[in-house]
Design a protein around this ligand. Structure first.
Ligand SMILES: NC(=O)c1ccc[n+]([C@@H]2O[C@H](COP(=O)([O-])OP(=O)(O)OC[C@H]3O[C@@H](n4cnc5c(N)ncnc54)[C@H](OP(=O)(O)O)[C@@H]3O)[C@@H](O)[C@H]2O)c1
Length: 228
């Protein structure tokens, strides 16, 4: 998803700083593919210092981002009964705390120049799937954090969120599960990465949007067992 957002914005003229953690080869391949002098930067965003180090590395390389898109996340499948404290903390650190730290340090670095942030949430934040308890709570936190940041960072910064529905399903999802997921959208189909990238582009371009939460879920966040 992050790669597709990067491609989409690069096609529209953005110079993209690609962040990666473990996928160095894929990130370098992507920067080669993108035009406009894209660069790749490694950071572990789950650590307290990772987000700040990433922004500092961009600055040192002469890239002071006009916008930050936070898409990195885990997708821990774990029900309440078996979620450990360490797993809970790990999910919150990457999915939620990293956004807070990025915003804090981005605000300091950019100061009066301002900027904008788009966070990628998940329709799990609305649907609260019991099998992904920590994940869903972290993404619900992203939605609240985005609105709190929009208030805290106004008027120089705009902070918004996209809430994707089912797009790229994790490995190991059976065809029956896939059908069930597809069936729980109002549009009866899975989304594509470009749908999320287009929503990011819209929020970046619409300079009266802040604190906005854009659901691009095919209606999954509104699904209920009886449509009638
Ligand atoms: N896929 C969907 O259908 C879907 C639906 C709703 C919402 N979303 C949301 O959309 C976003 C992208 O989803 P995706 O499916 O593209 O996810 P993905 O393929 O699992 O990619 C997750 C990314 O997070 C990075 N990451 C993992 N651990 C990290 C760490 N400790 N520090 C820094 N980066 C780390 C990974 O980087 P490396 O590979 O370099 O390690 C990877 O690029 C996520 O926020 C997800 O919750 C996805």
């Amino acid at each position: 998803m992050g790669a597709e957002i990067a491609r989409h914005l690069a096609r529209r003229g953005a110079r993209v700083a690609v962040h990666y953690h473990g996928s160095a080869a894929a990130a370098l391949e992507l920067t080669d593919e993108l035009a406009h002098g894209a660069r790749a930067f490694r950071a572990d965003l789950s650590t307290p210092d990772g987000p700040g180090a990433l922004l500092a590395a961009c600055e040192q390389d002469g890239m002071s981002p006009d916008a930050v898109v936070h898409a990195a996340a885990s997708f821990l499948r774990r029900p309440l009964a078996t979620t450990t404290a360490e797993e809970w903390d790990g999910v919150m650190a990457l999915n939620l705390r990293a956004l807070f730290l990025l915003a804090r340090d981005y605000g300091s670095l950019r100061g009066g120049r301002g900027g904008q942030i788009v966070a990628i949430a998940d329709s799990g934040a609305r649907e609260l799937w019991p099998g992904y308890l920590a994940h869903c709570v972290s993404k619900a936190g992203v939605l609240t954090l985005v609105q709190a940041l929009a208030k805290a960072m106004a008027p120089k910064f705009r902070v918004n969120a996209v809430v994707p529905g089912p797009v790229l399903l994790p490995e190991g999802v059976s065809s029956a599960e896939r059908e069930a997921i597809r069936g729980r959208t109002l549009l009866g189909r899975l989304g594509e990465p470009r749908h999320v990238a287009e929503a990011v582009e819209f929020l970046l371009a619409c300079d009266y949007a802040t604190g906005a939460i854009l659901d691009i879920t095919g209606g999954a966040h509104l699904w209920r067992s009886e449509k009638g």
